[in-house]
Design a protein around this ligand. Structure first.
Ligand code: GLN
Length: 345
């Protein structure tokens, strides 16, 4: 057994998914039960996103053994948007380590919108966490590489390793956002003014904008999530993408901040780390079990897919994924322990 950085033997306890058939049935049910919901509106602050078919809806679960279950439009590509933040964060943590990233980026929820400028001002110029735009732009700035081009390649390669296939940019989405992202450029300039970005802030925003325009499917998201659920090993390719410690740290930040100002409600209803994007994707991770990828473009006011949240909530309950849920102790759960064996309630 390995010692962690505190010299403690690491133990991990997560439980298991139900059998293959049950997961298959519940993925189909999650899709069927949520598809009739038409609440919410597609994002339009990035002009091209408003042109999507709002009825698209895909659900996918990837298990840590590599099994994949799909329903609906699980193979329709869309731009990853803010979901990229979680994976770029993991790559930066892998390079720079837990302490430096905690100090530079932070791990606390802002309680404010993902593109809040006020959050930066309220916190003395600190970007607060990697899942809001300020922290994500500061995180992208920490990617390895001697030029924006090298940093971009590191982002694209890293996210592709999580997905287990080469991801490409949607050039139309990139151009649409690059022409209208004055707010992100302002955020980067503000961070620069506080000494929080050492590179050319506009070049960093450009890498960040390309990162957000990478095309993924619900299936890709499920596999990317399953990699974070599997100690950093992509369960389809078998590649170790990041370390187990980096997965643990990334999931902690996703749990507290992944759904922006609605992260508390998300944790209350679903009880798992997740990350949403404004194109309508959400990735959710059940540690030790698998990843869930969902896609449907209509969003709630915080920018989270409405159907995606419903489908994920159903799967969390039906597959027993909520990390806060427990059942009463029974004698069988004591087998293998030395003390108090045979004690019953
Ligand atoms: N590219 C988008 C932005 O920076 C991502 C936002 C999101 O998905 N919430 O505004």
């Amino acid at each position: 057994m390995e010692l962690d950085s505190h010299g403690v033997e690491q133990r991990v306890a997560t439980g298991a998914l139900p059998g293959w058939e049950a997961v298959e049935e519940h993925v189909a049910a999650a899709h069927a039960r949520s598809r009739t919901h038409t609440d919410g509106a597609v994002a339009d602050y990035i002009p091209i996103l408003a042109e999507v078919d709002p009825e698209l809806f895909g659900v996918c679960v990837a298990e840590v053994d590599g099994e994949v279950h799909e329903a609906g439009d699980a193979d329709v590509p869309f731009s990853i948007q803010s979901i990229s933040k979680a994976f770029v964060y993991a790559l930066v943590c892998e390079q720079l380590g837990h302490d430096l990233v905690r100090e530079r980026i932070g791990v606390n929820n802002t309680g404010l919108a993902f593109n809040s400028v006020v959050a930066i001002e309220l916190n003395d110029g600190h970007p607060m966490n990697p899942m809001v735009n300020a922290g994500a732009i500061a995180t992208t700035a920490l990617m390895p590489g001697d030029s924006p081009e090298e940093q971009w390649e590191a982002v694209r390669n890293g996210l592709s390793r999580f997905a287990g296939r080469a991801l490409d940019v949607d050039q139309v989405v990139y151009a649409s956002e690059a022409a209208t992202n004055q707010r992100n450029r302002a955020i980067a300039r503000l961070l620069e003014s506080y000494g929080r970005i050492e590179l050319d802030p506009l070049a960093v925003v450009d890498v960040y904008t390309r990162q957000c325009a990478l095309l993924v499917t619900a299936r890709d998201l499920a596999i990317m999530g399953a990699t974070l659920a599997d100690g950093g090993v992509n369960p389809v390719t078998g590649e170790q993408v990041v370390s187990p410690e980096v997965c643990r740290d990334t999931l902690a930040v996703m749990a507290s901040t992944g759904l922006y100002e609605r992260s508390g409600e998300w944790l209350f209803e679903i009880g798992l780390p997740g990350k949403s994007g404004v194109a309508g994707g959400i990735v959710t991770i059940a540690p030790g079990k698998g990843g869930i990828g969902v896609f449907s473009p209509r969003l709630d006011p915080a920018g989270n897919s409405v159907r995606g949240q419903r489908a994920t909530a159903y799967l969390s309950r039906a597959l027993g994924l909520n990390i806060f849920a427990s059942a009463e102790h029974t004698v069988s759960s004591r087998i293998g322990r030395n003390r108090n064996q045979g004690e019953t309630r």
